[in-house]
Ligand binder design. Structure first.
Ligand code: ADP
Ligand code: MG
Length: 614
């Protein structure tokens, strides 16, 4: 007896359907993509019970002829081969012409469709791949798909569906990934008679705004900056969130050639660009659109997964990271703290200091020539900044002159209400120290609490960054008894690339063996005997990840140095020391958080204070 027989089509389709249609969201995605392929400008989605009982997509696209409507549900039926630029691109899309066949294998489908040139349309009723009814009907131009009782004939799949709440979230997640790429198309999404989304044609920015709305009175997009870069390899545009808008629940999207993709490696590029700017666990939102020649990507992984392989991922990584950095720098919002103004106070997280020239908003009343020069301040606490004072033209003065220059040129173009670094007003203000850790500064907005070690860390970090970028020469302190640093072979290679940077911040190292260095001088801020541990900390910091761009090296060296040399807790500062520390801190473009994201200052508002006494 022969035992081999062909599976009936309906069963084969059901099995194949499992790959393409896993849940209502995948069904919605296929239908909406078809509508877009059909050139629709208006697409309406209606779901009941998160798409379980009904999932309807209506479009005003090109519609189908009677024969095409019937054909469309056959496996491998597609009208899109002709459109494909080349066979390669076609092959890589995968699952061509399978979506409708799959959907109708696992649901009860009703479609009404009409082309503009036809007087009447076609109605088709299909259940589990069987055509139950086909007849002419009157309907508008376009296509109206109703998918009812999804998985009615596949109980196992039905059981695997999550709660309505979760499935609705899945539907919206997949829907967002489409609507964010087609800002010129109108979409609505109605769930159980409730309008969830009503999106009008507009720009990308407006689309994002419409989807993610406002938080309070704050439009979502006001907390983003533009991103744009064109290279021969790839062009990138989109938006990235300002650091101060980072949240625990960020919106993060990559699209390539109009399709959503997941890309953990590029995600890292974006995060690298933010490094040092984000407080704690918070993450930035981003919407980044790549355009790249199809030959340079490979989407042939699995159509329901969203991974895409790029031919030259490292190059794109660098381009992306640089672009994000630039955007964040260009639109950097300087932190502002106004000691004399009533009202709301902004406490945004700013940039790491040396990433960009600081953009300082200027107080018109501020006179740069009135500013006390740094070295006219009394002696004593200068030991806190041995390096800048010994090398006065490094960080401090550059920064000071930048502020001065900005003041002179910007005086006339002063925008109302943008006052920032009013350092002068610190002059007569009483400062208080508390617990060897905090400096308390009474301001009109409230009590400003400053963590003094972290403040010092920020100031030193900026200083080291400046020394590194300008290849400065920090004052070094000769060691009477050189310390010995023994390294492993891979640490050796790392060390060789680190040497110029280490010299810039004040180390003098001589190689004495194949894997040994003698440390003959150290940055003058370093406490005795800590040279080896500091160098080890730096090595550890830079070796944690693979190859790093120059900028990131410098950042990490500066950060380790700042950590090692910042004043310890418990140091009791004099009034002048506190004032000087604050002055230097406030002069930085970013001072609310340390470069590694720890809070430096906290403003306890009068309102909060009053609440304690209610
Ligand atoms: P594919 O999209 O890969 O071609 P599908 O199974 O999703 O495969 O669709 C099969 C065919 O049905 C499409 O190629 C298209 O010609 C037609 N079609 C599907 N949906 C629509 C629609 N909303 N409007 C017009 N034609 C459609
Ligand atoms: Mg399709």
């Amino acid at each position: 007896m022969d035992i081999i027989h062909l599976l009936p089509d309906s069963v084969a389709n059901q099995i194949a359907a499992g790959e393409v249609i896993q849940r209502p969201a995948s069904c919605l995605k296929e239908l909406v993509e078809n509508s877009l392929d059909a050139g629709a400008k208006h697409i309406h989605v209606i779901v009941y019970d998160a798409g379980r009982t009904l999932l309807q997509v209506t479009d005003d696209g090109c519609g189908m002829s009677e024969t095409d409507a019937r054909m469309a549900f056959e496996r491998h039926a597609t009208s899109k081969i002709a459109q494909a630029q080349d066979l390669f691109a076609l092959r890589t899309m995968g699952f061509r012409g399978e979506a409708l066949a799959s959907i109708c294998a696992v649901a009860q489908v009703e479609v009404q469709t009409r082309r503009a040139e036809d007087d009447y349309g076609t109605l088709l009723d299909i259940q589990g791949s069987q055509v139950m009814r086909q007849e002419p009907c009157s309907c508008p131009v376009g296509t109206n798909f109703k998918v009812k009782n999804l998985f009615y004939n596949v109980p196992v799949r039905r059981k695997f569906l999550k709660t309505d709440k979760t499935e609705l979230r899945n539907l919206l997640t997949d829907f967002y990934r489409i609507v964010l790429v087609y800002p010129d198309v109108q979409f609505t999404f109605v769930s159980d008679d409730e309008v969830m989304l009503d999106l009008h044609p507009g720009t990308y920015k407006q689309r994002i705004e419409q989807v993610f709305g406002r938080s309070g009175s704050n439009p979502f997009t006001s907390r983003m900056v533009d991103l744009r870069t064109e290279t021969e390899l790839v062009s990138i545009h989109g938006f990235v969130g300002k650091p101060e808008a980072a949240s625990r629940n960020p919106q993060q999207y990559f699209f390539v050639n109009g399709r959503f993709m997941r890309h953990p490696y590029f995600h890292k590029a974006v995060m690298n660009a933010y490094s040092g700017m984000l407080p704690g666990e918070l993450m930035p939102s981003y919407f980044i659109y790549f355009d790249i020649h199809p030959d340079l990507i490979d989407v042939n992984i699995h159509p329901t997964k969203n991974e895409i392989k790029f031919a030259d991922e490292q190059a794109v990584f660098q381009i992306l990271m640089a672009a994000v950095r630039e955007s964040l720098g260009k639109f950097n919002v300087s932190p502002s703290l106004d000691f004399n103004r009533e009202g709301e106070i902004e406490m945004p997280v700013g940039m790491t200091p040396a990433d960009t020239a600081p953009q300082v908003r200027v107080n018109p009343a501020y006179n740069p020539f009135k500013t006390r020069p740094m070295d006219a301040t009394p002696q004593g606490w200068q030991s806190l900044y041995a390096a800048p004072d010994a090398a006065p033209d490094a960080a401090t003065l550059t920064r000071e002159s930048r502020i001065g220059r900005l003041t002179e040129t910007d005086l006339t173009e002063e925008q109302p209400g943008t006052l920032a670094l009013d350092i002068d007003s610190l002059e007569g203000r009483a400062l208080y120290r508390y617990a060897g850790r905090y400096i308390l500064v009474p301001t009109d907005e409230g009590l400003l609490l400053v963590n003094q070690r972290r403040a010092h860390l920020c100031v030193l970090y900026a200083l080291y960054r400046d020394l590194l970028t300008h290849a400065g020469q920090a004052p070094a302190q000769q060691l009477l008894f050189p310390e010995l640093l023994s390294l492993t072979a891979d640490e050796m290679t790392l060390m060789q690339s680190l040497l110029p940077g280490l010299e810039a911040v004040g180390f003098v190292l001589e190689q004495i063996g194949r894997t040994e260095y003698s440390i003959t001088a150290v940055p003058s801020l370093l406490t005795d005997g800590s040279a080896v541990s500091t160098l080890r900390a730096i090595l550890g910091e830079v070796s944690r990840t693979g190859s790093l761009p120059q900028d990131e090296w410098e950042r990490r060296i500066a950060l380790s140095m700042a950590r090692e040399t910042a004043m310890p807790y418990g140091k009791n500062l004099s009034d002048d020391e506190m004032r000087d520390l604050l002055t230097r801190l406030l002069r930085l473009p970013a001072w609310q958080y340390t470069p590694d994201g720890q809070r430096v200052t906290y403003l306890l508002t009068l309102e909060q204070l009053n609440q304690y006494f209610q």
